[in-house]
Design a protein around this ligand. Sequence first.
Ligand code: GDP
Ligand code: MG
Length: 452
Amino acid sequence: MLEKLSSVLKNTFNKIASAIFIDKNIVNDIIKDLQRALIESDVDIKIVFELSEKIKKKALEEKSSLEKKEQLIKLIHDEIVSILGNEKTEIKLKKTKPEKIMLIGLYGSGKTTTAAKLAYYYNKRGMSCCMVGLDVHRPAAPEQLEQMAAKAKIPCFINKTEKDPMKIWKEFESQIKKYDIAIIDTAGRDALDEGLIDEIKMLSKKIGAEHTVLVIQSDIGQAAKRQAAEFRKTCNIDGVIITRMDGTAKGGGAITACVETGAKVLFIGTGEKLADIEVFNPTSFVSRILGMGDLEALLEKARLVISPEDQEKLEERLKEGKFTLLDLYEQLKTMQGMGPLSKIAEMIPGLGKMKIPSELLEVQGEKMKKWKFAIDSMTREEIEDPDTIDTNRINRISKGSNIPTSDIRALLKQYKMVQKFFGSGLGAGSMEGMDQKKLAKLAKKFGGKFKF
Ligand code: GDP
Ligand code: MG
C-alpha cells in the first residue's frame, strides 16, 4: 500500500536524521522528494504546495540543528497526518435496533464487497448483523451478495426477481428487525445523476437509515474529490469508505481529496478478502507507511544517527589537530550510540593509548550529558564560533536547554582549553612522541581536574 510514498518518506526522514545541519539545500532537497512522491500518489498540487511552504518556512527559522531536525520530522509527520484527516472517525453507532447502514456509490466502487466486509467486521465485534440486497439494477447483484454473505456466514436478504427495492425491504422488514445491524447494499450508476440521487434519498427516508456511507475506489485518485463533494451535498453522508487501497499508488490522492471536501474517511478496504477492511486512522496509517511504531522512535533515531561519512570527516579534522566545538558536538551527539567515553578518547590521537580510569570517564560522562543538552540549544554560528557566545546568549542557551549558566560557561572554558591544547602543537602528530608522564598529566586534565 503506497509503497512509493512510503519509501520516499522513510528516505526523507533518514536524510534529516543523519544531516549535521539542516540548511537550505537539505530542506529544498527534502521538499522536492516529498512533492514528487505526493504528486505521484495523485495528491492535489495545491495541497502539495501548501504543505511544502509550511515545511520550508518552519525549517529555516533560526534554531539549533537538533531542534530543527526534531521539528522537521514532527512537522512533516503532522502535516501528512493532517492532509489525511488528522483524527480517526468511526461510524457512530446509535444502538437502535436494527441500526441501518446504507452503502451508496457508483458502479464498481466496491459497495457489495464492502457490505460483506462491514457485516463481518461488526459481527466479529459482537453485534448480530444481516445484509440486505437492494441493488435491483444489476442482474447478478443478488447472487454476488448471497455468495459473499455465505462466505462471511452472515444472513442475507435478497429477492432475485423483484425490481422495486422498497418491496424487497418490506418483504424482509420484520426479519431484519431482529438484528443489531443491517448493512444495506444499493444500486450504483455510471455517474452521479438525478436518478441515483432520487433513489438514494427515497430509500434512505423510507427505510429510516441511520447511516449513509459513500463507497469510493481509491484508484480514481484525486477525482474522488468531485464524487465526495457531490454525494456529500446531495445525499447527507456520514463519511466515505475507500476501497482497493491495496492495488493502487493513488490511494493517498483519494483520501486527501475526500478530506478536502470535509467528508470523513471511515474505513479503507485493503484487499478482496472479508477481513481486508480497517478503521482509517491517519496517525497509525502514517506510522505504518513509515514502517515505524511511533514518532518517538523516529525522533530518538534522529538524536543518535551519525553517518559514516560524517564520522570520517570528523576523524580527519581530529588528525589535522582541529578540534572545534562542532567536533565536540558531534562526539556528544553520538555518545549514547557509541557507548563509553573511552571511545571518544580513542579518537583523539594519542589519548586513546592512555589508561584513563573508567570511573573518571563515567563521572565525566554524566557532565557531558549536560553539555550535550547545552550544545543542542545552540545555533550553528554559536557551535562553529563559540567566541560569539556572550552573556545574553549563554542565558538563552541556558533557558533552552534547562542547563545552569555555570555549566555552559564551564563547557566553553573546556572547549577553549582543548582548542588551545590542539592549537599549541601538542595535538595531532606530536602526541605520538609524548612521554608517559606527560600523557598521564593530560589524562588527569581531561578526566578530573577541570571543574564543570
Ligand atoms: P459495487 O459495484 O460497488 O458493488 O462493487 P463490488 O463490490 O462488486 O466491487 C467491484 C470490484 O472491486 C470487485 O471485483 C471486488 O472484488 C473489488 N474490490 C472491492 N473492494 C476491494 C479492495 O479493497 N481491494 C481489492 N483488491 N479489490 C476490491
Ligand atoms: Mg454491487
